[in-house]
Design a protein around this ligand. Sequence first.
Ligand SMILES: [Zn+2]
Length: 193
Amino acid sequence: MIIRKLFKFENAHIVRGCTTRRCSESIHGHSYTVELLFASDHLDRGQMVYDFGLTKLTIKELIDSFDHAITLWSGDDPEYLRDMKRWSRRWVELPVSPSAEQYARVIFLMVDLVLKNTITVNNEKNVTLSYVVVHETQTGYAQASREDAYNERMGRIDLEAIRFSDGVKEEWSDPSIWQKLLRGEKIQNPTKI
Ligand SMILES: [Zn+2]
């Protein structure tokens, strides 16, 4: 059984090295839609794979980091990176370029980390993330499987190398949640929301 949850964010970027000049040479924005597809062969006490309400906690907050922010590639020109960080309070720096493909891989790894560190309390079992689909426009999307997300031939994504600005972190309900997840600290799901 697969369930799907949608998230949305508005974000600015440049995709260096791509063929389209508007994408590679000008800062521009997209209204992104992200689909998370969760799978399980078991249903919890609510006869659900995973309560959608639970995805509105840490998972939603982390995806919302990209909203009204600029996403930067750490391999970009140092002068550009410095200026963007200086003039935008909300930014996220990735070790890969912010193409729809890499967004799908990055978000897969981020959500996978949250799931791995979540203690479930409503008899959820065998819940896995199967795909992340990132719609960059109404007509174009990228879909990452687990295999894609962990495929280093597509670029190594070291989660420790993802940097969120203070302006992003201060809006999280726990500004140190990302560091805690990286350290492997567990998050217990609430019994009621
Ligand atoms: Zn673009």
